[in-house]
Design a protein around this ligand. Structure first.
Ligand code: SF4
Length: 372
């Protein structure tokens, strides 16, 4: 990396990224007159040919899959697409939050579409950040086309800090810090610390939908990404596009069916969303299901709640007690159940020709899970 680029990255890390939180005003009512240049409340189809690369943030859930399929249906040049997956548990051994097969699933999904896949993560994941005590956050680690880079924290700006409690349910990202610490910040620093984004045009694609929440109903569909600096010396042009923002859940599943993508495992088990398995937004029925079929995943969460004397639930009951207040799902898909606890993904990506594509039990479910 040349010295001026390194300085620019340090500037991004020290000044631009911390200021981003202020830009993320989630109570914002869209005002067409006040929209910044390049910002569109509705932009269901855009000119995809103008970009040097298209980054698709791929969680492994239906909406990020629908993003890729929408790009394909709009005739994208596949050679400019790359998939990014943020590992919420990091890569250092934590198994607190995520589905165990997700790395393998993402790898096979990318191979099925012949696309490059880059993992990135907060070292130690959400668990490591949660256990922070009078310390700085761990570095971000990012896979790039030229190898893995480790992005240390700037320890000159803020004193060490302590968390030792679960993220709390809130639209405020400082309170619900898991999304920002394990995903949003990782993605931003992955952009601001790679020279290949300088002097070029990037489309950054994410899978939010307006129908998911009143919060998301106000999102713009196309806008300059928070780390965009197209007018600066670096010429880093980054547009954020949400191609499925206007889709209903029905449209998402119809799209997935058209491409015969097998429903991801969490939906086969009854989850309405595929995010962290032990998401802080899980409903009592989801916790009951975890306790019934995956008790080894519920116990560590409850143990931390006891240790911190602070529960995920606002009612101050831990996830084991919360799970006792609801009925677990009756899981009938034994293949999916077996898969859920394995690291290696062994189910198909595409529904085989001799089988009918099936809408999973979790589709159109109302049980809460996943951030909104
Ligand atoms: S899926 Fe849930 S637990 Fe995971 S990062 Fe999002 S809000 Fe946090």
């Amino acid at each position: 990396m040349n010295p001026s680029a390194r300085f620019a990255h340090q500037f991004d890390d020290a000044v631009i990224i911390p200021a981003l939180g202020q830009q993320l005003n989630f109570g914002f009512e869209p005002d067409p007159i006040a929209q910044a240049v390049g910002t569109y409340f509705d932009a269901p189809a855009i000119d995809l040919d103008g970009y040097d690369r298209i980054v698709v943030c791929a969680s492994g859930g239906k909406d990020s899959i629908a993003c890729l399929l929408t790009l394909i249906e709009q005739g994208v040049d596949m050679s400019v697409i790359e998939l990014w997956h943020h590992r919420v548990d990091g890569n250092e051994g934590s198994t607190l939050m995520d589905w165990s097969f997700i790395d393998s699933y993402m790898t096979q999904f990318a191979q099925a579409f012949n696309l490059p896949l880059y993992f990135s993560w907060l070292k130690g994941g959400i668990e490591g950040e949660m256990l922070k005590q009078d310390a700085y956050s761990q570095p971000h680690i990012v896979e790039t086309p030229s190898g893995i880079i480790t992005l240390d924290r700037d320890t000159t700006r803020n004193p060490p800090a302590t968390r030792r409690r679960f993220p709390q349910q809130s639209a405020n990202l400082a309170t619900r810090w898991c999304s920002s610490a394990a995903k949003i910040d990782v993605g931003r620093r992955a952009i601001t610390n790679q020279d290949r984004f300088l002097g070029s045009k990037t489309l950054f694609v994410t899978g939010e939908r307006r129908a998911e929440s009143s919060n998301r109903s106000k999102y713009n569909q196309l806008e300059p990404h928070a780390v965009d600096r197209r007018n600066g010396r670096l010429g880093r042009h980054v547009d954020a596009w949400r191609p499925v923002l206007h889709y209903s859940e029905q449209q998402v599943w119809e799209l997935i069916e058209r491409f015969r993508i097998e429903a991801p495992v969490p939906y086969k088990l009854g989850w309405g969303r595929s995010s962290c398995m032990t998401c802080i937004y899980n409903s009592p029925a989801i916790w009951a299901t975890i306790r019934k079929y995956f008790p080894h995943r519920a116990r560590p969460i409850a143990a931390y709640e006891d240790e911190f004397n602070c529960t995920i639930s606002r009612q101050r009951i831990n996830v084991i007690d919360l799970s006792a207040t609801a009925e677990a799902f009756q899981i009938t898909d034994m293949d999916a159940l077996m898969q859920a606890d394995k690291h290696e993904y062994t189910l198909p990506i595409f529904t085989p020709e001799d089988r009918k594509w099936q809408l999973p039990p979790g589709a159109f479910g109302s049980e809460g899970c996943g951030s909104v």
